[in-house]
Every structure is written in C-alpha cells, then in structure tokens.
Design a protein around this ligand. Structure first.
Ligand code: HEM
Length: 463
C-alpha cells in the first residue's frame, strides 16, 4: 500500500527546477504563516487584549494546557452569573443549556470563522482562501464540521448510508472481544507487579482498534496513528504558538499523505469495511470528489479515536475517585450505559464548539449582528442547574444524564455518538469487572489540548 505520493514532475532545466522549488517553498511557508496568523496569531492577540480589559473569555479559551474540566467549573459559574449570553471582546459565549441548543439548531448560525462573508470578497475571506491548504484538517471545508447545507446534507446522507445504527450494533460483540484481549495483556503485565498506564495500554487502544477494523485501516498502524492523532488534536485549539502550529500541521500532512494512499488502495482492493463502501459510493450518482472523500474519511477515522479515548479515561478517573458510584454499578450493572452518559455530562471530551451568525438575529432576547461568533460551552451547559439537579454531583443513576450536550446538537450532532456510547460502556464495565480493586497513582497527567479534554497518562496498580 503506497505511503508516499509522487510529487508532480518538474518541467525545464535543473536550474529552472531549483528556482521553481525555492519559489514553491517560499510560497508554502508564506501560506502557512497566513494560516497561522488567521487561525491563531490574530485571535490570540485579540483575546489577550480583551482579557487585559477584564474579559473572562481568555481564561477559558486560553486556559492553561492540561487544565481539568473541573478547574473551569468556577469560571462557568462566573459566566452563568452574568446572564445567558456573555459578550466578550472576541466573541459571545453561552453556558446556558437552552441557549446553546437554540444556537446549535438554528439556521441563522453556521460553522466557520469566515462564513459570514459568504461572497468571499472580504479581506479575511480572501486571505483565508489564498492560504487554504489541500491537506485534510477537521475544521476546514469540505470537512463535515466546516460545511453547511446543501453540501453538509449531501455528505452526511452519504456517510449515514454506510455508518448505520445497525452497523454499529453489529460491532458490540467485536468491541467486547477487543476489550477482553487488551485486558488479558494488562493482566499478564500486572502479574509481574508492574504498574500500567491505562491511557496508552487500554483507553487509547480500544477505540482505535475498533475504528480501524470498521474502516479497514491496518491495525498495525495504530500506534503511529495515535501519535499523529495527538499532534492533529491541537488543530481544534485556537491561539497556538507558531512552532506548535507547524508541528500540528506536520502531523496533519503525514496523516493526509497516508490517507490519500489508503483511499487509492481501497478503490482498487475494496474490502468488507465501511470505508470501502464509502469509496464505492463515489461512483454512484452522488459522486464525491477525491478531496471530499478524504475530508469525510479523515474526520470519521480521527474523530473515531481522538475523543472516545477521553471518555474512557475520564470515566476511569471519575469512577476511581467515587467508589460509592462503582458500588452502585456493581449492584445494578444495567446502569453502565447511563453511567457512560453521566461521565460524558460531567467531564466531556469536547469543551466547546462555536458558530457564527450568517445574518442579523436574536438569541436569548439579545440582538446578534451578522458575523458575531458565539462560543457554545458544552461542558457548562451540562452543569446548568435549570436542567440537572445538583449539577456538580456525579450520579450514575441520574435519570436525565442523557440530556447532556457533549455530542452537540442540531445538524452537526456527533455522527459517532452511538459507537462512542457503546465503546464507553463496554470499555469501562469490562475494565472494572476484571480489576475491581484498581488504584490510580497520584501522578496522572492531562493532555495539553484545550478543546479536547482528557488524560494523557493514568498510571495504575491493577491488583
Ligand atoms: C465520546 C466521544 C465523542 C465525543 C464527545 C464527540 C463529540 C462530538 C461533537 C461535540 C461534535 C459536533 C461539533 C460541533 O457541533 O461543532 C461531533 C461531531 C462529529 N463526530 Fe463525534 N464525538 C465522539 C466520538 C465520535 C466517534 C467515535 C466518531 C466516529 C466514528 C465521531 C464522528 C464525528 C463526526 C463525523 C462528526 C461531524 C458531524 C457533522 O458535522 O455533521 N465522533 N462529535
């Protein structure tokens, strides 16, 4: 299977090719610089400047790397005390469950920073389109996360044709099998008396093994994919420094190069997997372009392992720290599925998402001019006392735990929610059944990402 794409053959003399290559490198670097400035440098400057004037938003968007969702709870409450829609210098911010749902389901709000200039003639829009890269990026069109109807509807219809609820349910038995295999390995290791890092040896491996099998990705690539995923996860953050941004783009580029080769391979050697089916759909009436297919496949694959790892990791930490809740689950194992939702509610893998007003509109009684960005803090909506009684309490028997917004809402509602819930439930139940006395060490560590939240290390003594 090809891992590299052959660069286009250069024309003319060697000197001509050298000049051409140099110009190409200069242009590539300039475009990368513009992408960094638009997505990180300028927003960071604006956020820091308004934070100096007392805007609370900087504390949230630029919160210290590795900070815990729980560390932000006081900040959520400060926003909540100021009303349903906080007006910051950089954008508006919503923490109220009802308001967030309204924004996410409204046709007046769309994804993407430059979207209000739909004509594409404004300076920022032109700079964005000049510097746009062809490399897969989760928040760049034609990714599902960055497109709107009619394209979004068309892409989503195609993916849901192969990614059906039935297809996910069929995976339940296989997910259990994979989890048991991973636990067997852990058991052998624990028998030698060694401590085990549950993130690298379990939480990370379970979702990537499942999604790799579903999509027909060779399972022996999973360690490399996890490494690339770690770098690429930063692409959801705002305000990255230049060097981190370049490293992040390098991860995306390597992933993209592999993906191109893999899709070409599947087109010629289709397997019995969902990605092969998606590739084949291209020749159906709907005809996804190569770029569209890459964007969809890349997102489904990356989202398939970059988030669920955090659901399982956050769940292990919550259950370990709340042994009484673990006892409830031992007595009533049918509550595991609800427990998975309660974990998603209290410590969600995705902190926030955002939308921009495509036309003048009104939210929570406030006039919202066209072009306004609203950050919707999903983690704060999940602790809205108007919806959840004792919102800061971890309660696996909570009747409306499933009303959380951790999978978003509206037309961008997480496409993998059923799979993630199933993996979370199975992954956690089987782990605690096998190692009921597991003890986490004190030196757990969080990921440096801000939007995606979870642990990078959970060292544990298993027996
Ligand atoms: C616990 C795990 C997961 C969480 C917390 C999560 C969260 C989210 C959120 C918040 C969004 C919407 C963002 C927005 O509205 O701007 C989303 C979208 C999406 N998720 Fe997930 N996700 C998870 C697992 C998965 C899995 C396992 C897959 C794939 C198999 C997946 C695939 C997707 C896709 C393709 C979208 C884009 C949908 C669209 O824009 O139409 N996710 N996810």
């Amino acid at each position: 299977m090809p891992l590299k794409i052959t660069p286009p053959a250069g024309a003319g003399s060697i000197a001509g090719r050298t000049v051409g290559r140099t110009l190409g490198t200069v242009e590539r670097t300039a475009k990368q610089g513009v992408r960094w400035a638009l997505g990180h440098g300028l927003p960071r400057t604006a956020i820091v400047r308004s934070a100096r004037k007392g805007d609370l938003q900087g504390d949230l968007i630029l919160s210290g790397p590795g900070s815990h969702t729980f560390d932000l709870v006081d900040l959520f409450e400060e926003f909540r005390a100021r009303g349903p829609l906080y007006q910051g210098g950089f954008s508006h911010l919503a923490v109220d469950h009802e308001v967030i749902k309204e924004v996410l389901t409204s046709n007046d709000f769309i994804t993407g920073f430059f979207a209000p200039d739909e004509s594409g003639t404004g300076l920022l829009a032109r700079a964005a389109s000049w510097s746009a890269s062809d490399v897969f990026a989760p928040l760049q069109p034609p990714s599902l996360l960055a497109t709107e109807p009619p394209e979004h509807t068309r892409y989503r219809k195609l993916v849901t044709r192969v990614f059906t609820v039935r297809a996910v349910e069929k995976l339940r038995a296989r997910t259990e099998e994979i989890a048991r295999e991973l636990l067997d390995d852990l058991e052998k290791e624990a028998a030698s008396g060694a401590d085990v890092d549950l993130v690298t040896r379990y939480c990370g491996l379970l979702p990537i093994t499942v999604i790799s099998e579903v999509l027909g990705v060779p399972v022996d690539l999973r360690e490399r994919m996890l490494e690339l995923g770690k770098g690429a996860a930063l692409s959801l953050d705002i305000g990255l420094g230049w060097r981190t941004f370049r490293d992040m783009e390098a991860s995306l580029e390597e992933f993209d190069t592999w993906l191109r080769g893999h899709l070409e391979y599947l087109a010629e050697h289709p397997g019995d997997d969902l990605l092969s089916q998606l590739v084949a759909l291209r020749d159906d009436g709907d005809r996804l372009s190569e770029r569209e297919l890459r964007a969809i496949a890349g997102l489904v694959f990356a989202a398939g392992f970059e988030t669920t790892v955090n659901l399982i990791g956050n769940g292990i930490a919550l259950l370990h720290d709340n042994p009484a809740q673990l006892e409830v689950l031992k007595a009533q194992p049918d509550l595991w599925s609800n427990a998975s939702d309660e974990i998603l509610r209290l410590d969600p893998p995705v902190l926030l998402t955002g939308r921009v007003a495509r036309r003048d509109s009104t939210i929570a009684g406030q006039a919202i001019p066209r072009g306004t960005i609203i950050n919707t803090v999903l983690a704060a909506a999940n602790r809205d006392p108007a919806v959840f009684t004792d919102p800061h309490t971890f309660d696996v028997t909570r009747e409306n735990a499933r009303d959380h917004l951790s999978f978003s809402s509206g037309r961008h509602f997480c496409l993998g929610a059923a799979l993630a819930r199933m993996e979370g439930e199975i992954g956690l139940r089987l782990l605690f059944e096998r190692f009921p006395d597991l003890k986490l060490r004190d030196d757990r560590e969080r990921h440096p990402t801000r939007i995606l939240r979870g642990y990078s290390h959970l060292p544990a003594r298993l027996s």
